[in-house]
Design a binder for this molecule. Sequence first.
Ligand code: TPP
Ligand code: MG
Length: 271
Amino acid sequence: MNLQEIFRRMCLIRYFELQVAEAVKKKIIPWLAYLSVGQEAPSATISTLTKGYSVFTQHRGHSVYLAYGGNIEQLIDELLGCKTGCCKGEGGSPCIQDLNIPMYGHHGLIGENIPLATGYALATGNSTVAYFGDAAAEEDYALTSFGFAATHKLPILYICEDNNLSILTPIKDRRNWNVYDVTTAMGLKSAAIIDDPKIIFNTVKELINHLPAFVNIQTCRHLWHVGCGNDGPPKWDRLDEMRNIVSNAKEIEEQMRMYVEDLWQKQLQKL
Ligand SMILES: Cc1ncc(C[n+]2csc(CCOP(=O)(O)OP(=O)(O)O)c2C)c(N)n1
Ligand SMILES: [Mg+2]
C-alpha cells in the first residue's frame, strides 16, 4: 500500500474541489456543481488497486475522474462550459467522463450507472467498478443489478460512497435496512467499512479476488449536496487525519495545491 500516493490523490481532489467551490462562489461557474470535499478517500484509495478497470460514476464524480487520472484541463473546461470540456461543455459537473480511462459519466437518474456497469461487465467481461451513493443503492434497478451480478458471477466491484445523505435526508429517515445485508443475502462478497484508507485498501485488495463484490464505505460530505455552502464543521476530515500519518505530507500537499491552482489559473485565462 502506497499511502503517500493515496494522500497525493486525496490532496489533488481536495484542492481541485476547493477551486471549484471558489469558482461557484464567484459565479464563474453559474450552474450546478457536485463536490466531493471530505469524500476523497474511497476513490483515491481504490483507484490504486483498480487501474485498468472500466469505471462508472454518478453525479458526484470529480473525485473518481481525478483519482483515475482523467484529463484535468478538460474537466476544468467542462465545468466552465467550454467546447474543450470532457463532454464538450454540454454535460457539466454531474455528467463528466473520460473514455481514455475509460470512465463513463452520469445521465441524470441516480444509480443508473449500476445497471449500466453491470450490463457492461456482462457484455465485455472487463473488470468494472461502479461508484454511487447510499441513496442510489436503494433504487430498484440497483438492487436487481446486484442480484444479477451475483447470479452471473460478473467481474464487477460496487462501491457505495455512503455519506448518510440523500440531499438532506439521512438514512434513518429513509429505510430500516442496510444495503450490505441485502447484497450479502444475494451472495455478493460484501463489506461495510469506514473511509480510513488503510481499511479501504486491505478490504478491496481482498475482495477484488472474489468479484462480484460490494463495499459500503461510510464517508463524510463537508459541503451541501450541491454547490459550496456548509452547515459548520464536518463530523470528520479524513484528509486531516492522513496529514499526521503520511511521511512528507506537508510537501505533497503543497505540491498538489500549487499544481491545481496553476492549472485553474491557466484555464481561466482562456475565458
Ligand atoms: C431516480 C432519481 N431520483 C431522484 C433524483 C434527484 N437526486 C439527485 S441526487 C440525489 C441524492 C443522491 O444521493 P446519493 O445517491 O446518496 O449520492 P450523494 O449525493 O449523497 O453523493 C437525488 C435524490 C435523481 N436524480 N434520480
Ligand atoms: Mg448520499
